[in-house]
Design a protein around this ligand. Structure first.
Ligand code: NAD
Ligand code: ZN
Length: 379
């Protein structure tokens, strides 16, 4: 099969790889029809993770089941399924409580597994023609009859729609509240969309990328352009000096200031400044325990200078971590099916798999107009 392979920093290519096979009776094989490039892939692409050369990337996957292991009971050949980026067993202590992002069995010796990702187990990704899906009965979300027609919406259930929703869940967004979101990438936009679904009356999105801010406005959010680093001031003006009720971090450790310098504590401290006293913050942007390529000595050790005094003084709360996609994907699927959510509004480029390296280059450069790339293997 053809697959997108990591060769080293900013170097990926499409290569021939052996087709995946059923390895355990609980596996299925999926023929991938849509697979996305994610902002999380860029951390690996830029050489800012420990990912090994030769890894097939791709954790936002949707396709058709073509082969079913002997112990699979629920999923059938021909089903169209969306796969959560988390690989989880369904029956460990954490999965049982719904924390599938922290499965204790899928990545032995560690917590949490994913397709095609650094430190997330030996699994190849789905930016390829075929994908092996472990614990298939638990992991496959079978899609309704409009699966093909709404494929570009349903594929967002693999990661960024549930992740954006998770940011608002961690922040505890309630109807009639105001929410400030840092980052208007796909995750930030999905957090804004989710905040509206949850009934926020005011959703403010901060970024420097005009094309992405325009999308935020298109869905009814207030866009704040931080190009001149006046974002905090503007959010405070919009919230009568008090700050928003809730805040979401949707950028992560590679956030930068107006001069383009990486300042890993910037968004977290901006949230402390712009969320009101007693409010809460959901942080889904990725922060790493070690970052050898980090901007300063603290960053290299996975630390940031966090305004903990102000955070404490305001009585703020903070939730963090990977989204447990299975907690949300079925309900968000129902919204798409009923025509009440269309997360495909994010997509700027639909490319055949062979053009994935071009997709990486432009999405990584945050080139104007490249907001979300979906790949179509087999086209
Ligand atoms: P992205 O890189 O496309 O978007 C990030 C956006 O943040 C960009 O538009 C950038 O201009 C903006 N930004 C940079 N510095 C900023 C600042 N100081 N203030 C405001 N905005 C700033 O990535 P994405 O796909 O939207 O993902 C965002 C983050 O979420 C990444 O760290 C990604 O790894 C993470 N993520 C987490 C999970 C999870 O389960 N927790 C899942 C998917 C992605
Ligand atoms: Zn992703």
């Amino acid at each position: 099969m053809r697959a997108l392979v990591y060769n080293g920093p900013r170097d990926v290519s499409i290569q021939d790889r052996p087709d995946p096979k059923i390895e355990k009776p609980t596996d299925v094989i999926v023929r991938i029809t849509t697979t996305n490039i994610c902002g999380s892939d860029l951390h690996m692409y830029e050489g800012r993770t420990s990912v090994e050369r030769g890894k097939v990337f791709g954790h936002e996957n949707l396709g058709e089941v073509i082969e079913v292991g002997a112990a699979v009971e629920r999923v059938r050949k021909g089903d169209r399924v969306c796969l959560p980026f988390n690989i989880s067993c369904g029956c460990c202590e954490n999965c049982e409580r719904g924390y599938t992002a922290a499965c204790l069995r899928a990545n032995p010796g560690s917590v949490g597994a994913a397709y095609g990702y650094a430190e997330m187990g030996p699994y190849d990704g789905g930016q390829a023609e075929y994908l092996r899906v472990p614990y298939a009965d638990f992991n496959c979300l079978a899609l309704p009859e409009d699966a093909a027609e709404k494929e570009n919406d349903y594929v967002m259930l693999s990661d960024i729609f549930p992740t954006g929703y998770h940011a608002t869940e961690l922040a505890g967004v309630q109807p009639g509240e105001s929410v400030v979101i840092y980052g208007a990438g796909p995750v930030g936009l999905m957090a804004a969309y989710s905040a509206m679904i949850r009934g926020a009356y005011q959703v403010i999105v901060v970024d420097t990328q005009k094309d992405r801010l325009a999308l935020a406005e298109q869905i009814g959010a207030i866009a704040v352009d931080d190009t001149e680093q006046r974002g905090v001031e503007q959010v405070l003006e919009l919230t009568k000096g008090k700050g928003a009720d809730r805040g979401c971090e949707c950028v992560g450790y590679q956030c930068f200031n107006c001069k383009g310098h990486e300042v890993p504590n910037l968004t977290m401290n901006n949230l402390v400044k712009t969320v009101k006293a007693t409010g809460s913050i959901g942080c889904v942007g990725v922060f790493m325990p070690q970052d050898p390529g980090g901007a300063d000595e603290l960053a290299k050790k996975g630390q940031i200078a966090f305004d903990f005094g102000e955070f404490w003084n305001k009585g703020l709360q903070l939730g963090t971590g990977q989204a447990s996609v299975k907690k949300y994907n079925r309900h968000l699927m129902n919204l798409i099916h009923a025509g009440k959510a269309t997360p495909s509004f994010l997509i700027s480029h639909e490319l055949p798999l062979e053009q994935a390296p071009e997709g990486y280059r432009n999405f990584d450069a945050r080139k104007d107009g490249w907001t979300k790339v979906v790949l179509k293997p087999g086209r």
